[in-house]
Design a protein around this ligand. Structure first.
Ligand SMILES: C[S@@+](CC[C@H](N)C(=O)[O-])C[C@H]1O[C@@H](n2cnc3c(N)ncnc32)[C@H](O)[C@@H]1O
Length: 158
């Protein structure tokens, strides 16, 4: 066992998940075997974008659909909502309003997001988060014209 040095943090990825390339939502993450509630699924580093980079560039690209809202305080102490790019499986979790089984938590200090199982997940089930109520695509789960339920993300975020 190696002592952890200052400035280090542990990374963890659950071995019981895999990437499916052709779900109705594109690529998606699926449970290979039973995953108990609260299991850490992945710890993903993020890149916090400047407001300028996001407005001028990223917002106009496909990459924008992979970014997370990231509250960030500037040198003057002003808190603004930035976007962050998430490296790792965090960018592969699809959206579900009705059957989300993954919760996530930002760590501002380490600039990481930790994903956990929100409940017991059976083998074969897709692992989904909630993107909130303002989707930029047609939800493959929802019948056409169905009104999206209220935003759930704020309720499940820690
Ligand atoms: C963060 S990516 C998730 C990974 C993506 N499926 C891929 O193959 O790269 C977000 C994109 O996945 C797709 N997506 C996620 N959830 C979806 C859903 N419920 N219905 C349809 N498409 C979805 C949309 O194209 C969305 O812009």
């Amino acid at each position: 066992m190696v002592d952890r040095l200052e400035g280090e943090m542990s990374l963890a990825r659950c071995p019981d998940i895999y990437l499916v390339l052709n779900t109705p939502k594109g690529r998606g993450v699926v449970a290979r075997s039973h995953i108990p509630a609260r299991t850490i699924l992945d710890v993903c580093p993020v890149l916090v974008l400047s407001l300028e980079d996001n407005e001028k560039h990223i917002k106009h690209t496909e990459l924008f659909h992979y970014t997370y809202n990231w509250p960030h305080q500037d040198e003057k102490g002003i808190l603004r909502m930035h976007q962050a790019i998430c490296f790792g499986l965090g960018s592969m979790f699809n959206h579900s309003h009705h059957n989300q089984n993954v919760v996530w938590e930002r760590d501002q200090q380490s600039k990481t997001i930790t994903y956990r199982a929100a409940r017991d997940i059976p083998p074969g089930e897709e692992l989904c988060i909630s993107y909130g109520s303002h989707l930029t695509f047609t939800d493959a789960d929802s019948p056409e014209g169905e009104e999206e339920p209220e935003l759930l993300l704020d309720k499940i975020q820690i």
